[in-house]
Design a protein around this ligand. Sequence first.
Ligand code: HEM
Length: 477
Amino acid sequence: MVLTEHSWLMWQILLALPLLVGFILLSNQLLCPSPSKKTNSTIPAVGVSPGPLGSWTAGIRFVKHSASIIQYGYEKYAPDQKAFKISTLPRWVVVATHDAAIKQLQDSDEQFLSMQEAANERNSISYVLGKYIHENPYHMSIVQRRLTPRLSQILPEVIEDLDLIFGDFQTTATEWAALDHHKIAERCISAITNRALLGPTLAGDLEFLDSVLELSNVISRAGLVIDLTPRSLKSLMARFLVHRHAAFKIYLSKVIPLFKDRRRAYRENGDQVERPNDAIQWFLEAAPATQSEYDLALYILYIQFSAIHTSSASLVNVLHDLAASPGFQNPIKDEVNAVLQKDGNWTKQSLAKMGKLDSSVRESQRLHPVTTATMMRKVLQPYTLVDGTHLSPGQWVVAPAWAINRSLQKYDHPTEFNAFSPGRFFAMMELKLVTAYIVQKFEFRLGTESEGVRPQNGFFCFSCVPDSESRLLFKMR
Ligand code: HEM
């Protein structure tokens, strides 16, 4: 076989990867063992063989098998409402099963059990996007108070964006035809998120939209690698994996000028200038005047990163579920048409009247959440859960979302992601809108290669990932 330059490079990467992982693990162990890799011996471990390498081999197994490992522990310890612990590559993680302990995580005080410390460390945000986001989380209230209400105001523009994305396919798919629903889902979610954040500016700029999508992938991969890297090398790794990436440079070249122009306009014209209802304005109002345009642009990138992956994976899951049970599509389509006929237009209120649509999206999220564990918290001060588990600073604790959602005992009140993400209302609205749009215009079904079986999700550490090879067929109604 003749190796092309590209495949030669792939081989080099494949050969170098185990060495890199080995180096990272060894140097982590020798140079700066993570405090959370020290275990609390009174909490029972699940999936870990005895011996000095037991927790590391369990951590490697966890990468692909997080759901089954947590499910096993949940079935073993949930009947007695006891916590257990699992080994992931970067750290031990305590899994709470007691209802009231999970409520403690949900209502936790950031000073004791911190969501933001956990999110920051797990995604290496301080290294990838800078320390300001972590130190001054303005984005949290901006997502809840500004971005989410904004989406309800721009639904007609969003529908125009969806029309453009589905483009010619809307008129040509008179017979069953394959459509890359993974790409379409990413495009729809990215268009909606960017339209709500930045308005019409950059809405048609494909180079910008592609850079945002690419960066969401780059940042999530880099976050995992940097989380495993010794502290002294983290900044270097972030520079190498993210800051030198072409998509990062394109992104900044488009967003920094928006902040600069707005600031210049205010300096020159003061109160006379119009104040658009967009993220440039929201962050300029929330941040001190000294905050650099570079940092402000990265806050917006952080919201895009948090919003796009999660929501497009959820949308793909909804499409897989409805394609595998096509009998639900017509009732949803009839409901959407009936509400729109009565209300005349897409509004937040009209979406709220679509009960079948709502329960289909929720049921899909119950069965196929995008993460096996939610409510990740890093312990900052000694804390005792109601089940008697003592947690010490540096430890991590989570709720086993995937296992609970599938547990028959908990069927009536599934612990959906929805209750715990600041983007929950935004996500629900956009998921319902795109699902309603697709169901109204198309019928869709599983590709022949799936032989009638819903494409199975895979697992990567805590993430549940839809099968990227799956294909669906679509036909215009
Ligand atoms: C189906 C879609 C989504 C899922 C499954 C999801 C899930 C999550 C989860 C599990 C967390 C961690 C919260 C915790 O541990 O208590 C989180 C945090 C967050 N999410 Fe979402 N999310 C989704 C959509 C969105 C959207 C659309 C946005 C923004 C518009 C968003 C913005 C955020 C932000 C800003 C954080 C906090 C990160 C921090 O600590 O700084 N999410 N999300």
